[in-house]
Design a protein around this ligand. Structure first.
Ligand code: NAG
Ligand code: NAG
Ligand code: CU
Length: 375
């Protein structure tokens, strides 16, 4: 409850400053602490440092390079056993399988932030190493485009976007997720011909005729269908505004509060920026908890999740690195507590990554395997 009065105070303070981009202001405020960590780093040098940028700040050529690398991942054959994972046809799908496999132990848990940081980074590495991509993982700053995400350069359906909304079809949704302006197949932009095969596992979109069930209970069967989105600004205008992101960062004084508010697992009834971003895209697979990485916008969303964590850390770097809270399973309140020594595993070697790390090794973006910052 205290959270909300503090949040109000922050909003009032920010209104006084009237900055055009209060999230960027926080990022700049924390930058000296990142630079100091970089200077101390034994693995990340200034020469190796990668800079992740917002989709709207990329040139048309940079956007196309990222899109082409994604399409390349969707054209390379899967490395997974086709008997166990017949729905995984491509290298792009392999990453979806890794996420599906661990869904119950990487959400609402103490490894949520570190797991998804490592996973997004591993995907970026695959774009570079397997598809010749020279850029970095872009992010979708929800707070920049919250008024009308469908009109943003990320989702406007142009050939430099990650494709647009689905076509409008009559539909209903469940789990309290608002019905958006789409529901049908995505027919614009670079991913209009994308074939979704894995899942669904936790579908939230009801259309007629219905989205076919996966032939296998584990969702790994081959179930070819179109990419559907059900976008609108219903959640973005209530939960992804600049003040929502700022409040999350400024009002969370410990990692437990930060990750709970971000995921809407704390008290207060909000779905948090994590859920609001996912369900602003929604549809199939975007709204499916298990298979959401099958929507090409998953990675720009999770890069922003990672950026918000990075900004939060950078504002008090020494005391916001080696900290952990939460359990190890989504099911049950009394799963064993997560520890900094827990191993973060992206499945069999060579599928998404070759190494495992402890959470402790994944908390800084300029230590361990990582060497990147946000601008
Ligand atoms: C996840 O993968 C492991 C082997 O890599 C397998 O034993 C396990 O059954 C899978 N779990 C799910 C839920 O798919
Ligand atoms: C990436 O950079 C290398 C070396 O500068 C170049 O040879 C290659 O063509 C570039 N790849 C792409 C996809 O731009
Ligand atoms: Cu996830």
């Amino acid at each position: 409850m205290t959270r909300f009065s503090l949040a109000g105070l922050v909003t009032a303070l920010l209104a006084g400053v009237a900055s055009a981009d209060p999230v960027l202001d926080l990022q700049n405020q924390g930058r000296p602490q990142i630079d100091a960590a970089l200077a101390r780093s034994s693995t990340c040098t200034k020469e190796k440092l990668q800079v992740r940028r917002e989709w709207g700040d990329l040139s048309a050529g940079e956007r196309k390079a990222y899109i082409n690398a994604m399409l390349c991942m969707m054209s390379k054959p899967s490395k997974l056993d086709q008997t166990r994972y017949p729905g995984s046809k491509t290298r792009y799908d392999d990453f979806v399988v890794v996420h599906m496999n661990q869904t119950m132990t990487i959400h609402g848990t103490g490894n949520f932030l570190s797991w998804h940081r490592y996973y997004t980074w591993a995907f970026e590495q695959a774009l570079r190493n397997e598809c010749g991509y020279n850029g970095t993982q872009p992010y979708w700053d929800w707070s920049r485009w919250y008024q009308d995400p469908e009109r943003s350069p990320i989702f406007d359906g142009s050939d430099t976007s990650l494709s647009g909304n689905g076509e409008y079809v009559q539909h209903t949704t469940q789990m309290g997720i608002p019905a958006g302006n789409g529901g049908g197949c995505v027919k614009t932009g670079p991913f209009k011909d994308m074939v979704i095969r894995l899942g669904p596992m936790a579908n939230v979109l009801h259309v007629n005729p219905p989205i076919p069930r996966n032939p296998r209970a584990d969702g790994y069967g081959d179930n070819p269908r179109c990419l559907r989105r059900d976008m609108s600004n219903k959640l973005s205008t209530t939960s992804l505004r600049p003040q929502d992101v700022v409040n999350l960062i400024v009002s969370s004084n410990n990692i437990g509060t930060f990750q709970d508010v971000m995921q809407g697992t704390g008290f207060g009834g909000s779905m948090g920026v994590h859920g609001a971003g996912h369900f602003t895209i929604s549809g199939d697979p975007g709204g499916d908890f298990y298979t959401s990485p099958n929507d090409p916008a998953f990675y720009v969303h999770h890069a922003m999740i990672d950026r918000v964590w990075y900004i939060w850390q950078s504002l008090n770097f020494p005391s916001r690195q080696q900290v952990i809270a939460g359990g190890t399973s989504m099911m049950g309140w009394n799963s064993p507590p997560a520890k900094l020594t827990d191993v973060v595993d992206l499945g069999p070697p060579g599928i998404a990554a070759d190494h495992t790390y402890t959470i402790s090794q994944l908390v800084s973006t300029v230590e361990g395997p990582f060497c990147y910052i946000y601008e």
